[in-house]
Ligand binder design. Structure first.
Ligand code: ZN
Ligand code: ZN
Ligand code: ZN
Length: 361
């Protein structure tokens, strides 16, 4: 039995947000979860009734932007028909005893990733994905500029019914909110505290650890090897500017994070060169997930430093990243009730399997 196949039963603490922990329990008998079937892949290039397909542009609200601006579009941005936040009218915030509210002011846009209906991310060309990341950046910037009340712009994608996608046609979403989401807030605050103490970015420290640490931990009583950490054990992909890492305390079995190798707090600071390499590394990571999972249903989120005066000092402590979270099981009552995620595949094993996939380009 190699170290990677050893059963694991431990609660792992998220190093960035220590209040978040994960029970990694890999023994068969401990599997409390129901597996989610792989997404039935709709691979059709065009669907007559789909509002996001080319030729059906009249079925969506008028576009906010199209890329390219003239001719056949490759990427198209429209208002969300069912926005979770609206900008129709601004209300003052309300406080009444313990019932505090913040006006649900915001913007919700849909980015139609590709004119082709059923194309998966890993099947899109690097140029197309580079353009897509450029579109994310441009619209994040535009939304931050549009109203100082908007404190966070979240870019995310749901793919597959298990990930909450209601329209099969490949698309991402961009939501600008008057509050910073709790999970980003926790990352920002904890990384700021870490920086105050250690004078360095905790995300950079994690990258260093993944690339340079080698260790063997022995049992104090028996002297037997308890754990081995090899250099690169949690690394899925490494480029010149970006790295894909399997977090040691992953909430989801196949969760992978992508980070710039050099410190950068704000996604808006990424150059066209950066985005071109991100596109390639992102596509290769998605191809690995697709090969291992056979059609992944997933969410991904882009986490970047919030744009508000309270975060002006986070340039050195925060580090932008993309969290890719494939949905391979339904959360159990135990997870929802305890807030403790259960992961039934050890991150070491998952990383080894993802790395073992052979890619042609
Ligand atoms: Zn379509
Ligand atoms: Zn950093
Ligand atoms: Zn994050």
């Amino acid at each position: 039995m190699t170290d990677v196949d050893k059963p694991v039963r431990e609660i792992r603490i998220n190093p960035i947000v220590p209040s978040e922990s994960v029970l990694v329990a890999t023994a068969r008998s401990m599997r409390p979860k129901k597996a989610e079937a792989p997404a039935p892949r709709d691979t059709r290039a065009h669907v007559e009734t789909c509002p996001f397909c080319s030729g059906n542009e009249h079925m969506t609200p008028p576009p906010i932007a199209t890329y390219p601006a003239a001719g056949d579009w490759q990427i198209r941005i429209v208002e969300n028909l069912y926005p979770v936040l609206g900008d129709d009218r601004e209300n003052p915030n309300l406080t009444f005893g313990l019932q505090q509210t913040i006006d649900g002011y915001g913007r919700h846009e849909v980015i139609i990733d590709n004119a082709r209906h059923g194309v998966a991310i890993h099947e899109m060309g690097d140029d197309h994905l580079g353009l897509l990341f450029g579109v994310y950046r441009e619209h994040m910037e535009k939304l931050y500029r549009s109203n100082p009340r908007l404190r966070y712009v979240l870019v995310f994608k749901n793919f597959g019914p298990a990930a909450g996608a209601s329209i099969a046609h490949t698309h991402s979403q961009i939501i600008a909110t008057p509050v910073v989401p709790d999970n980003v807030q926790a990352e920002v605050e904890n990384s700021r505290r870490y920086h105050e103490k250690h004078h360095r970015c905790i995300f950079c420290a994690l990258i260093d650890e993944a690339l340079t640490f080698e260790a063997t931990l022995y049992d104090r009583e028996s002297g037997e090897i308890r754990r081995k950490l090899d250099v690169g054990q949690f690394v899925i992909e490494r480029g010149k500017k970006f790295i894909a890492i399997k977090p040691f305390a992953s909430r989801y079995e196949w969760e992978v994070h992508i980070l710039p190798l050099s410190h950068q707090s704000d996604f808006l600071a990424a150059t066209p060169d950066d985005l071109a390499e991100l596109a390639r590394l992102f596509r290769r990571t998605m191809a690995r997930l697709d090969a291992v999972l056979g059609g992944a249903q997933y969410n991904f989120f882009l986490h970047s430093v919030p744009h508000a005066p309270a975060y002006a000092d986070c340039g050195a402590s925060y580090h932008w990243h993309i969290e890719i979270c494939p949905r391979t099981s339904i959360p159990t009552g135990f997870e929802l009730g305890s807030g403790l995620f259960v992961n039934t595949v050890s991150p070491e094993t998952a990383a080894a399997k993802l790395r073992a996939v052979t890619l042609t380009d």
